[in-house]
Design a protein around this ligand. Structure first.
Ligand SMILES: [Zn+2]
Length: 165
């Protein structure tokens, strides 16, 4: 099965990654898909999470993503495609598993908070919630470290100062 860019965009909107939908039925469907996505993210390899975060959640350009991961644009695109396919496959398998309910934030929410955590724009409550989650979730702890390394590797996105925000 091959998903078109359009179909992928619909899925991203449905999952709440892109613009929020006003329709309550669409929101209920989106919530359901978000739960599936959360569970699927737990199953994915770090490499897949990484590229999906950069390209689909942070919405970096293809060139930026390729640079950050040290790949050619073509290699980045094919890795992204494989990661999306594995995410979809994992979503199907994850329906049986279900996301962890004990944590205040879901893994997907933590992934979405990471950029804000990195640039310190997260509220104090959000920061605590992310840290609490990462303290208990090995997958997110590993991913968070890898993400921090990636940010440091790209000076323009680094937060050591000098960007003049
Ligand atoms: Zn997690």
């Amino acid at each position: 099965m091959v998903l078109s860019e359009r179909e992928w965009a619909d899925l991203a909107v449905g999952a709440g990654w892109a613009a929020r939908l006003p329709d309550p039925f669409a929101q209920a469907a989106a919530l359901e898909r978000t739960k599936q996505l959360e569970a699927a993210f737990l199953i994915l390899e770090g490499e897949d999470r990484e590229i999906l975060l950069l390209r689909d959640i942070e919405e970096m350009s293809g060139e930026q993503t390729a640079d950050l991961l040290g790949l050619t644009l073509t290699a980045m695109k094919s890795r992204l495609h494989r990661a999306r396919m594995r995410l979809l496959a994992a979503m199907r398998r994850a329906e049986a598993v279900g996301p962890g309910k004990s944590l205040a934030l879901s893994c997907l929410e933590v992934l979405q908070c990471l950029p804000h955590y990195a640039d310190r724009s997260l509220s104090p409550e959000g920061k605590i919630a992310v840290e609490r989650h990462v303290a208990e979730c090995q997958a997110c702890a590993h991913f968070g470290r890898r993400y921090a390394e990636l940010l440091q590797a790209l000076p323009v996105l680094g937060h050591g100062g000098g960007t003049g925000a």
